[in-house]
Design a protein around this ligand. Structure first.
Ligand SMILES: [Zn+2]
Length: 157
């Protein structure tokens, strides 16, 4: 039996026609901590604070909702790198516990701080390319809507 669907929205489409954005390019630009739209301006105002808008092209970046995803993916990535390293060092050299702690704790902290911005930038690029959250100009920002305020009112449009 064949079921034919009609009138639905295909994956990747929104209700309104929007130009398709290059997902890989946007995620790569985000990983480089650059604006996903132009790749020139910085995506971050401060260390992990996403810029309100790109300084080069003016694209609004504050619509992102990365939330807990950057720490989650950072733990996922670094866990797959550090845990095998810890185990390999333990098996090969059997160092004292204090030496393990002296090596792995600072290394874990340093790598976490280094990996968090590219991971967050990648996720902001993904959300921008897929018109997620407030990046869709035809949809009001859901967080603002929850507060009973339309995006246009928030930003004086
Ligand atoms: Zn830009």
């Amino acid at each position: 039996m064949t079921v034919q669907l009609s009138g639905g929205i295909a994956p990747g489409e929104t209700m309104h026609t929007l130009p398709k954005r290059n997902l890989k390019q946007a995620m790569f630009r985000g990983m480089m901590c650059r604006c996903p739209a132009c790749g020139k301006g910085s995506a971050f105002g401060k260390y992990l604070k996403v810029a309100h808008a790109c300084e080069a092209c003016g694209e609004e970046l504050h619509h992102h909702r990365a939330d807990d995803a950057p720490p989650y993916f950072t733990v996922l990535i670094l866990g797959h790198i550090l845990i095998p390293l810890v185990l390999a060092v333990e098996v090969a050299f059997v160092p004292a516990l204090w030496l393990h702690m002296a090596i792995w704790i600072p290394l874990s902290i340093a790598l976490t701080l280094a990996v968090l911005p590219p991971v967050k930038g990648t996720l902001v690029g993904l959300q921008w390319a897929l018109y997620m959250h407030g990046f869709d100009p035809n949809v009001d920002d859901e967080y603002a809507m929850m507060a009973g305020v339309k995006t246009a009112e928030l930003y004086g449009q």
